[in-house]
Write a protein that binds this ligand. Structure first.
Ligand SMILES: Cc1cc2nc3c(=O)[nH]c(=O)nc-3n(C[C@H](O)[C@H](O)[C@H](O)COP(=O)(O)OP(=O)(O)OC[C@H]3O[C@@H](n4cnc5c(N)ncnc54)[C@H](O)[C@@H]3O)c2cc1C
Length: 447
C-alpha cells in the first residue's frame, strides 16, 4: 500500500507498474494528485503552482518518466535567477557577482572574504559555517537575511551537512577576477535548462503519470490511524485496509502521531523534526511584463517574500487565454513558523506592498492586479536541524522493522534530497530495494 499521490508515491506506483506488479493500491487525501507539486487554475484563468517549481533532474529514469508524461507539450527555459538587493539586481550566485553591489557593500563583501577566519570543517552549525565560508560582508548582506527569511528558524539550530549541493561555495580569486574584468559569473548557461509543461503547470506532469495508473489510485482517502501490529490503515472516510508493506509519503511527524502503539522514545524523537510553513501569493495582472528573469530572491526586510517567480515566463498558458501581451503573473513565496509569524489575513496586501518596495512594480500598477490567489502550505520545508539525523536514525529503522517505509520530502524529512526528482526517485528506489535489494542511493545521499 502507498499513502500519498505526490511525486514520491507516484514514483513508487510508476515503478511497480513498470515491474508488472498489480496488487498495490495508492490512497491520497486530496481529490487531486501531485501533492506539493500540484497546480491549480483560479477563477480568472491564471494557473498557479505551489511556489515556483523548476525541474532540476539528476536522473535519466525521472527524465524518461517526465518525457513520457509530457510528450512534446512543454517549453524549455534557461534557469535564470537573480537577487534583489540595495535597489539593484545581482545575478545568482550572489557571492560570484558582488561587483554589482554599491561600492561600500562590495568592499565589505571582499574584505570579509580576505579575512576569513574559523574552520569550516569544525563549524558547529549552519550559522557558524556560513561565516567561515563567506565572511562577514556576504553573510551580512545576503546569506543571513535570506536564510532567515526562507527557513524561518534560528540558523544556529540548523546543521551544515545538507548544504553541499545547495550553496555554491566561494573562490576568492575567481570573485576578484570577476570584479576586475567586470564579468558576470552566472549559474545559468546553455546546459542549465529546465522543462515546463505548456498547459496545467507543474502538476500536469503528475496528472499525466497518474493517468496511466488511475484504477489503483484512490482519491479522497485520508489516512487517520495506522495499526502497526495489525498492519492496518483506517481512513477518515471509514474505510479500513490491510497491507503487507506500507510506503508512506505523508509527513513523518503526522505518521508517527497516527500510529496507535509506538515506543515512547520514537514518539518523543519525532518531536525533534522541525518544519516551516508557507504562504504562496499568486498575483495575476492585466498588463504585459517584459522581464526575462525566471525567479528572484529577496533577502531584505522591505518585503515578506523570499522568492518571486515571473510565472507567465514559464508558459504563456499560465495566464488567461495564453495571452502574455495582455496578462502576466507573479508568484510570491513567504515562510511562516513559530519563530516567524505572518498574518495570513494581510499577506496579500503585504506582498503587493513588498513588490512596490522592492521595485518589482510601481504603485499605479496595483490597479492592474486582477486576480489574487492564496495557498497555505502547513508543511513547506523540512528543516535540517542539529537533531534531525539522530531522530531519523531511531524512527526510520523502527518503522522499517514493522514493514513501514517512509519516503519523500516530508516522509523521509531530508531537505537535501527533497526536490521533485529526488522524491520521485525515492519512491522508485524503495520499490527497487524491496524487490531486488537495491541500496536506495537517493535516500542515503549518494545522488
Ligand atoms: C514552496 C516550494 C517550492 C518548491 N520548488 C521546487 C522546485 O523548484 N523544484 C523541485 O524539484 N521541487 C520543488 N519543491 C519540492 C516539491 O514540491 C517536492 O519535492 C515534492 O512535491 C515532494 O513529493 P512527495 O510526494 O514526497 O510529497 P508531497 O508532494 O507533499 O506529497 C505527499 C502526498 O501525501 C498526501 N498525504 C498527506 N497526508 C496524507 C494522509 N494522512 N492520508 C493520505 N494522503 C496524505 C498529500 O496530500 C500529498 O498528495 C518545492 C516545494 C515547495 C513547498
Amino acid at each position: 500500500m502507498i499513502l500519498g499521490a505526490g511525486p514520491t508515491g507516484l514514483g513508487a506506483a510508476y515503478h511497480l507498474n513498470k515491474l508488472g506488479h498489480t496488487t498495490w493500491q495508492l490512497f491520497e487525501r486530496n481529490s487531486h494528485v501531485g501533492g506539493l507539486s500540484a497546480s491549480f487554475v483560479d477563477d480568472k484563468g491564471f494557473t498557479w503552482d505551489i511556489g515556483g517549481h523548476v525541474l532540476f533532474s539528476h536522473y535519466a529514469y525521472f527524465d524518461q518518466a517526465v518525457a513520457e508524461a509530457l510528450g512534446d507539450e512543454y517549453y524549455e527555459h534557461q534557469r535564470e535567477s537573480w537577487v534583489r538587493i540595495l535597489q539593484t539586481w545581482v545575478p545568482y550566485p550572489f557571492q560570484n557577482n558582488v561587483r554589482h553591489l554599491p561600492d561600500h557593500a562590495l568592499r565589505e563583501c571582499v574584505n570579509g572574504l580576505r579575512s576569513l577566519h574559523g574552520n569550516r570543517a569544525q563549524a558547529a552549525d549552519f550559522h557558524e559555517w556560513m561565516r567561515s565560508v563567506f565572511g562577514s560582508g556576504i553573510v551580512k548582506y545576503f546569506m543571513e537575511p535570506y536564510n532567515r527569511k526562507v527557513w524561518g528558524v534560528p540558523l544556529e539550530t540548523m546543521s551544515k551537512e545538507w548544504i553541499a549541493e545547495r550553496v555554491s561555495v566561494v573562490d576568492l580569486a575567481r570573485i576578484e577576477r570577476n570584479i576586475a574584468e567586470q564579468r558576470d559569473d552566472l549559474s545559468w548557461g546553455p546546459n542549465n535548462t529546465f522543462k515546463f509543461p505548456k498547459k496545467g503547470g507543474t502538476g500536469a506532469i503528475y496528472e499525466s503519470i497518474a493517468g496511466r495508473l488511475r484504477d489503483r489510485i484512490f482519491l479522497d482517502h485520508e489516512m487517520s490511524v495506522v495499526d502497526l501490529e495489525q498492519k492496518q490503515v483506517s481512513f477518515a472516510n471509514g474505510r479500513v485496509e490491510n497491507y503487507d508493506v506500507l510506503i508512506n509519503t505523508a509527513p513523518l511527524d503526522l505518521l508517527v502521531a497516527s500510529c496507535g502503539s509506538l515506543p515512547e522514545a520514537v514518539r518523543a524523537l519525532a518531536e525533534d523534526l522541525v518544519h516551516n510553513s508557507g504562504l504562496i501569493v499568486g498575483l495575476g495582472c492585466e498588463e504585459r511584463r517584459d522581464d526575462a528573469k525566471c525567479w528572484m530572491y529577496f533577502p531584505e526586510d522591505n518585503s515578506p517574500f523570499y522568492r518571486v517567480t515571473n510565472f507567465h515566463n514559464y508558459s504563456r498558458f499560465n495566464v488567461p487565454g495564453g495571452d502574455t501581451d495582455r496578462y502576466s503573473s507573479l508568484m510570491c513565496e513567504t515562510t511562516y513558523s513559530p519563530y516567524k509569524l505572518e498574518d495570513k489575513a494581510n499577506i496579500i496586501d503585504e506582498t503587493v506592498q513588498g513588490l512596490v518596495n522592492s521595485g518589482m512594480i510601481h504603485e499605479p500598477q496595483i490597479q492592474r492586479i486582477v486576480s489574487q490567489y492564496l495557498i497555505d502550505i502547513p508543511h513547506s520545508y523540512p528543516v535540517p536541524t542539529l537533531g534531525r539525523d539522530k531522530a531519523l536514525s531511531v524512527i526510520q529503522p523502527y518503522l522499517e522493522s514493522k514493514d513501514v517505509y517512509s519516503r519523500g520530502r516530508f516522509g523521509a524529512w531530508k531537505y537535501e534530497v527533497g526536490n521533485m526528482d529526488h522524491s520521485f526517485m525515492q519512491g522508485v528506489e524503495v520499490i527497487e530495494r524491496l524487490f531486488a535489494g537495491g541500496g536506495e542511493p537517493t535516500l542515503n545521499g549518494r545522488v
